[in-house]
Design a protein around this ligand. Sequence first.
Ligand SMILES: C[S@@+](CC[C@H](N)C(=O)[O-])C[C@H]1O[C@@H](n2cnc3c(N)ncnc32)[C@H](O)[C@@H]1O
Length: 274
Amino acid sequence: MTEEWIPDDIPLDKPSPARIYDYFLGGYHNFAQDRAVAEQLLQILPELFLTGQVNRSFLRRAVTLLLDNGIDQFLDIGSGIPTMGNVHEVAQAVNPEARVVYVDIDPVAVAHCKSMLASNSRAVAIRGDVRDPEALLEHTEVRRMLDFERPVGLLMVALLHYVVDDEVAYSSVDRLREALAPGSYMVVAHSTIVESDKLDGRWQAGSEIFRRASETVERTLDQVQRFFGDWVLVEPGVVQTPLWRPEGPDDVLLDDPVRGHTLAGVAWKPGQSG
Ligand SMILES: C[S@@+](CC[C@H](N)C(=O)[O-])C[C@H]1O[C@@H](n2cnc3c(N)ncnc32)[C@H](O)[C@@H]1O
């Protein structure tokens, strides 16, 4: 083993979405094959550098909204390789008692997350797959850290476009929503494209390159809204990610939000608790 964040059992010849994203965010937990894909993508779609930032700042704004509404336990699925402004940092800065479970399918993301959290007793990282919600919900660490009798903040930011099969995607999210108590919140950001992307061919070319790392699917506004089921969307609903409660005129891509290539929304579960 070369470095502690590189597990022994990962295929070193295949690029990974988590590590490509890490590269876009200026991280260094990526390998040559990840950087090669990332660089080719940036030549075609230079705004992808900003897309990562757009996502991360949405994540921070959404977690802050959840904290303002009393949420003190978070399940962050598809959490990625830790970078600036991780959920436990945002949450525990406001509420030191806040608990976070990070879940990712990528062993490098999980290994790095675990080493970062070694001295944090209120946040853990586990390897898991959103397509197997039952295993996640029954996971010992999830059960130990989160109290499902109380509201939970469920985060799936820039995750669900990796679940290309609609039936699997919707049934997995339905199951997760069902398991949560009333008053819980769900946060989603999801890849999308607009008509101009389809016409100029850049997105298509980028998707071909990205396929070396993973299949992805863009979903429309209706399709993304469907993930929220009967939960109540907070204002402004599902919108281009830069337009979700921006904080100031200098926010990234506020002047050209479709270049974020993602839709984002937050909703809460109605009903009586207990
Ligand atoms: C683009 S990153 C997003 C990271 C973080 N949520 C953010 O928005 O900054 C997507 C993450 O989803 C993970 N992922 C992809 N498919 C997954 C699956 N089926 N279950 C869990 N994680 C998955 C990838 O490994 C990657 O780390």
